[in-house]
Design a protein around this ligand. Structure first.
Ligand code: HEM
Length: 127
């Protein structure tokens, strides 16, 4: 399993492939009227740098994510499952340009779905 996720990182094109993926992905996110307002005050350079690290690590590349914990970054922003699904939908559309196998795309989306409670705040619902 670790071997196959490392090959997804390679097949996307390694570090430069991840950079292209993140750029193309956020173009779609920022054009989505339901998602764009969340990013109105974000530092886009930092966001993309952190997202490159996050994706590279999540897909088995030689990177360690150095950003803030995802629940701390996302809680309190009013992000719902609807927004999360739009976000991963844009990732799916972007990944269509990267010549991956369907099972590789499934693995990427499954990896992100693991984070849903960190993003939409259900993991802190008792607070
Ligand atoms: C699996 C899905 C997601 C992942 C992996 C993810 C990952 C990240 C990462 C790594 C950062 C940068 C953290 C840092 O600066 O230390 C970030 C920031 C941010 N994310 Fe997400 N995110 C996800 C979903 C979403 C969704 C659905 C929204 C809103 C619709 C969202 C809104 C934001 C915003 C607004 C920031 C910028 C915070 C700031 O610096 O002002 N994210 N995200």
């Amino acid at each position: 399993m670790p071997e196959s996720s490392s090959s997804v990182y390679q097949r996307i094109g390694g570090e430069s492939g991840i950079a292209r993926l993140v750029d193309q992905f956020y173009l779609r996110v920022f054009e989505d009227p339901d998602l764009a307002p969340f990013f109105a005050h974000a530092s886009v350079d930092r966001l993309k740098a952190m997202q490159r690290e996050f994706f590279a690590q999540a897909l088995g590349g030689p990177f360690v994510y150095s950003g803030r914990p995802l629940n701390e970054v996302h809680h309190g922003r009013g992000i719902t499952l609807h927004h999360f699904q739009l976000f991963t939908g844009h990732l799916l559309d972007t990944l269509a340009n990267f010549h991956l196998k369907p099972e590789e795309i499934d693995r990427i989306i499954s990896r992100l779905n693991v984070e849903v409670d960190q993003i939409i705040g259900r993991s802190n619902s008792g607070e």
